[in-house]
Ligand binder design. Structure first.
Ligand SMILES: Nc1ncnc2c1ncn2[C@@H]1O[C@H](COP(=O)(O)OP(=O)(O)OP(=O)(O)O)[C@@H](O)[C@H]1O
Ligand SMILES: [Mg+2]
Length: 256
């Protein structure tokens, strides 16, 4: 877990080493390594098809790795064990809303959640007025916010958001950014796949860029949050800065 002494460097809670993943014989993730600690919000960038969702599904235990290892707290985790520690909010949230009402959907994450906690989460997501609505009757952005609310209630150590702001207006993008930073402040590890540079800058403490199934660049960002405190390297000083809003991610050296 995270060290209490500010002079002690944080030991990573999550370690991924040499991860490989294939669909049939085709390698879609090759030799991916990364580490993360409670409080990290890691932005995952890359062009369509780069392997972002595949990496996240593998982390969450929804896909079995063909090589490499994923450890939590120093212990190697099999896919089924990973599903117990991770909660993934999918790119297409329509596939993960099952209940008959917004309120019941929240209880699917934690059927023992106190009423007050569910109310607070729905308020935070601006969905309280829809508590009795059917999830499928919500707009796309409202469905996304509901899926995020279920993640907040899930109480898992690692939360994965796959393009959580793709259908959100500016105000709700900021709202989701705040929710994610609060989750990190609770000591969770958060991964956020995104193409939205504004959201990335507002939300993430670190970022990785993927290309062709590999991590080609890692950077610290200047968002000052998380129990490890502000990033040691200000954004201007990063050896490998992120591309601008409309620039594609370029392959480059991996920064250790
Ligand atoms: N179920 C699957 N079966 C076979 N190939 C797959 C499957 N899912 C993904 N792939 C392939 O793996 C590669 C990586 O896909 P992935 O969905 O991880 O990309 P991504 O970076 O999330 O892209 P996007 O930005 O479009 O969401 C792609 O070439 C894709 O065709
Ligand atoms: Mg994807």
């Amino acid at each position: 877990m995270v060290g209490d002494d500010p002079g002690t460097p944080c030991r990573p809670d999550l370690e991924v080493q040499g991860l490989c993943c294939k669909f049939k014989k085709r390698t879609v993730l090759g030799d991916v390594s990364l580490s993360a600690s409670g409080g990290d919000v890691i932005g995952v960038l890359g062009e369509n098809g780069a392997g972002k969702t595949t990496l996240m599904r593998c982390l969450a235990g929804l896909l079995k790795e063909r090589g490499g290892r994923i450890c939590i707290g120093g212990e190697r985790m099999k896919p089924r064990q990973r599903t117990e520690q991770h909660y993934m909010i999918m790119q297409d949230v329509g596939h993960q809303l099952f209940a008959e009402s917004v309120w019941d959907e929240c209880l699917l994450s934690d059927d023992e959640a106190p009423e007050e906690a569910v109310e607070n989460v729905l308020k935070e997501a601006s969905l309280l007025e829809f508590r009795d609505s059917h999830p499928m009757a919500l707009s796309g952005g409202q469905k996304q916010r509901l899926a995020i609310a279920t993640g907040v209630l899930s109480d898992k150590k690692v939360l994965i958001f796959d393009e959580p702001t793709s259908g959100l207006d500016y105000f709700n993008m900021l709202r989701v950014s705040d929710i994610i930073k609060r989750l990190a402040g609770e000591g969770r590890i958060v991964f956020v796949v995104t193409h939205d540079m504004e959201f990335l800058e507002a939300t993430c403490s670190r970022g990785i860029i993927m290309d062709k199934g590999a991590i080609v660049k890692q950077s610290l960002l200047a968002t000052p949050h998380g129990p490890c405190g502000p990033p040691a390297v200000p954004r201007d000083a990063c050896a490998a800065p992120f591309p601008g809003r409309n620039e594609p991610a370029q392959a480059g050296p991996v920064r250790e």
